[in-house]
Ligand binder design. Structure first.
Ligand code: FES
Length: 102
């Protein structure tokens, strides 16, 4: 049981809770943090009224932190339902989220 739990909680893409219809993963690897990804996380969680929880009450959007999407030279990066977005700033993040919420 311990080995199953260790595996399930080690990998970012395994979850123990149901995920929203839209899953946004913000990279907080070193390169992305240096280029502002922590601000993206704060702004998005604030807009979606997420504090400790990671999925909105209506189950539409989940926000998670991940560590390196493999495009550090184009940081900060996010994925939305596994679609990669690079060089994301707060304004672009808003546009991306709105587009997916349509
Ligand atoms: S640290 Fe974010 S893509 Fe590598």
């Amino acid at each position: 049981m311990s080995q199953v739990n260790s595996t399930a909680t080690f990998y970012d893409y395994f979850t123990e809770k149901p995920m929203g219809d839209i899953v946004i993963r913000i990279c907080e690897g070193a390169s992305c943090v240096v280029n502002g990804s922590e601000d993206l996380t704060k702004v998005l969680k604030s807009k979606l009224n997420l504090e400790d929880e990671h999925t909105t009450e209506d189950g539409k959007v989940s926000v998670e932190v991940t560590y390196c999407n493999g495009h550090c030279d184009q940081s900060p990066t996010i994925t939305v339902n596994d679609e990669l977005h690079t060089n994301v700033d707060v304004f672009e993040l808003g546009s991306i989220v709105k587009e997916h919420l349509k």
